[in-house]
Design a protein around this ligand. Structure first.
Ligand SMILES: *Cc1c(COP(=O)(O)O)cnc(C)c1O
Length: 357
């Protein structure tokens, strides 16, 4: 089966080298040396001041929401993975959905103002498929209206916008290091900020609020991650440049083989250095998408309908009219894309898409 994503595993010998050191020290968790080393290397790689390695991207979002004290209504996008909305609801915030830009698939900032109310506390935007939101306009709206900004940057590892890593925007950005993402630690994520006060709150929050062994500073949760997960990250991080280059070549091959096909590709923002995290294609109709999916499945190829359904359709959110997200979510499909060469498979997949259309 050719799946939509394939976890990149580093050379086993590299990981075993880390495991030997863990076995020697006998420290497997609780802010151990590999967690600290990974955090330091990631801060350097991403050019950010504060970064906290946590158990997953979803807890990173929930900690961000708590650390910023968000409440009431939060402006967000209906076109994302469910976690960007469920985290808000879990933290007792009300998602207020704003429709997306049909070209970039990110939240359309020109539609935000109409949805602001006295209860709005923040904007939680998603850099969809690693494509940058309009960070300048979002920042301006936030400043004018005294709102916080959280970026779900789960797809953006390594993406730079105007020569700065995208994760350095907003009051807080979060990353996911899930096994399906471009850079991963099996399970994992990060809370990122350049603000010292927010960073201090996050540092207590992710470790039960512990301030030393016998004192606590505020309410916390267990958001820690382990030495074994950090070791996976340390094994993969030095390879990122090469892995993104392979993804780029795979994407370019799809581009070539799928040109003159009746599909549309999301537009990449200008001034961006991209990470080729996904390969989404948009069909003319849901009917055509379903036909292609059927043919691919018959050939043991499993694409994913990212993101379907639109999050505005969830049964635990209030209703908002976001027709563009609803329409695109029915017609968009992510084709398999890996951090390893698989030219033969890309040719086969592209041929099936072309022939079916
Ligand atoms: C993967 C993902 C998450 C959740 O991350 P986990 O590490 O799986 O909890 C959140 N938002 C988006 C956009 C994602 O793709």
């Amino acid at each position: 089966m050719i799946n939509v994503t394939k976890t990149y595993l580093p050379p086993l010998a590299t990981y075993i080298m880390y495991l030997r050191r863990i076995w020697k020290s006998n420290q497997v968790t609780n802010n151990g040396p590999f967690v600290q080393e990974l955090e330091n290397k990631l801060k350097e790689y991403l050019g950010v001041k504060h970064l906290f390695f946590v158990s997953n991207g979803t807890i990173a979002l929930q900690i961000a929401i708590r650390a910023l004290g968000l409440k009431g209504e939060v402006i967000t996008t209906p076109f994302s993975y469910v976690a960007s909305t469920s985290a808000l609801v879990w933290e007792h915030c009300k998602p207020v959905f704003v429709d997306i830009d049909p070209k970039t698939l990110c939240i359309d900032p020109s539609k935000i103002k109409a949805k602001l109310s006295k209860k709005t506390s923040a904007i939680l935007a998603v850099h969809v498929f690693g494509n940058s939101c309009d960070v300048d306009v979002i920042d301006r709206i936030a400043k004018e209206n005294n709102l916080k900004v959280v970026y779900d940057a789960a797809h953006t590892f390594g993406v730079r916008y105007r020569n700065k890593h995208l994760v350095s925007f907003g009051d807080v950005s979060i990353l996911s290091f899930h096994a399906t993402k471009v850079f991963h630690t099996i399970e994992g994520g990060a809370v990122i900020t350049n603000d010292r006060k927010i960073a201090e709150r996050v540092s207590y929050m992710r470790n039960f609020g512990h301030k030393g062994e016998e004192a606590f500073q505020g309410l916390g949760i267990n958001g820690k991650n382990s030495e074994l997960h950090a070791a996976m990250g340390l094994s993969i991080l030095p390879e990122m440049k090469r892995l993104i280059e392979i993804r780029k070549n795979n994407s370019l091959l799809y581009d070539k083989l799928l040109s003159n096909c009746s599909i549309v590709r999301p537009k990449t923002s200008v001034n961006i250095e991209y990470n080729y995290s996904y390969y989404p294609i948009i069909f003319e109709s849901e009917q055509k998408l379903k036909k292609v999916v059927d043919c691919l499945l018959k050939n043991s190829i499993k694409p994913r309908r990212y993101f379907y359904p639109s999050l505005a359709e969830l049964d635990y959110v209030s209703k908002f009219h976001t027709p563009i997200a609803k329409n695109i979510s029915k017609r968009i499909l992510c084709l398999p894309l890996y951090s390893q060469p698989f030219e033969k498979e890309i040719k086969k997949i592209s041929k099936i898409v072309r022939d079916t259309l």
